[in-house]
Design a protein around this ligand. Structure first.
Ligand code: DGY
Length: 312
């Protein structure tokens, strides 16, 4: 029996790459010398795509696959997949929903704790032998402080649960209040920024949230306020953020995502009030395995039953 042809857009993991090749006839897009010519020559008949949230599906790839029926992405971010076009063409799109919320929320709390208690800065201090010369400066208490959440989706809700364990008071901003939610909805993002001690960004990326954390929001957060972003770099006006941090117009930031990954603004590298992470929210062995299993399971389920398990 002939196997379904899928296009894999990037290496995912040795185990998943092997499993995909065992189950499907895989065309590895990223290894092609001339990817555009390859798509013209071999695009017809390709029924599925395996990709990652960070890469998504370039528009030119989507356009070049007339027989595409399913996209399975490792990750939950859909900001690099044109969902409207996919929907219009009847292409099913699946993400790793339900697998990574805990780990991304754990990282969000790590960044809250690190930037407010200065754990990474203290580590650098000890390693540099500076403890023998002077006491490390005092830091900022986390327990009992006010946490403002931008976005109360799956990940935001887990962050709120974690923050509750630190006796933090929580309010959130989203387009609409979340039904049956114990936390106060704040329709005005600047008011939320003004109210909170730490603003945690956990909203989806894409056109609808681009630049949401603007210079005005940062100004409202103010010199005592911290910012944590585990969502997408695009959600923040990065130029405004860099100058707010350099000029200490906000207290600090914990950042796992950036506008132009893996490039991080040079000005941030020397700042002790910033904790920098390499987009690693879901990057644990356990969660990555669950995400990768789901990339495969979604494709298999689609080709057997015509639907994906975790649709976008
Ligand atoms: C996601 O799933 O969107 C993560 O941020 C990885 O890109």
């Amino acid at each position: 029996m002939s196997r379904h042809r899928i296009l894999q857009l990037c290496p995912l993991s040795p185990v998943l790459d092997r499993s995909l090749s065992e189950c499907f006839e895989v065309q590895a897009w990223w290894t092609q010398d001339d990817p555009a010519a390859f798509l013209v020559a071999a695009g017809a008949g390709i029924g599925g795509i395996a990709t990652s949230a960070q890469l998504g599906v370039p528009g030119a790839v989507l356009d070049a696959l007339p027989d595409l029926k399913v996209i399975s992405s490792r990750g939950v971010g859909m900001d690099k997949i044109d969902l409207d076009s996919a929907r219009a063409r009847g292409i099913a799109v699946a993400g790793s929903f339900g697998t990574l919320d805990d780990c991304v929320a754990d990282l969000a709390m790590s960044l809250v704790l690190d930037v407010m208690r200065q754990v990474s800065a203290a580590d650098r201090y000890v390693r540099a032998g500076r403890w023998t010369q002077a006491r490390f400066p005092l830091t900022t208490r986390v327990s009992g402080k006010r946490l403002g959440l931008v976005g109360l989706g799956q990940i935001g809700q887990v962050i709120a649960r974690r923050a509750g364990g630190f006796d933090m008071e929580i309010r959130y901003h989203s387009r609409r209040p979340v039904a049956d939610c114990a936390f106060m909805h704040e329709p005005d993002l600047q008011a939320l920024a003004r109210w909170c001690d730490v603003l945690v960004v956990a909203v989806s990326g894409g056109a609808g949230t681009r630049g949401l954390i603007s210079a005005e929001v940062l100004e409202a957060l103010g010199p005592q306020g911290y910012l944590v972003n585990i969502a997408r770099g695009s959600v923040i006006d990065e130029t405004a953020l860099v100058s707010a941090l350099v000029e200490r117009r906000i207290a600090g930031a914990g950042l796992d995502v950036f506008a132009d990954e893996p490039n991080v603004p040079q000005a941030l590298l020397s700042l002790d009030n910033v904790v920098l992470a390499p987009h690693m929210g879901s990057g644990t062995h356990e969660t990555r395995k669950a995400m990768e299993d789901l990339v495969l399971a979604n494709l298999q389920h689609f080709f057997e039953a015509g639907t994906v398990l975790t649709p976008a």
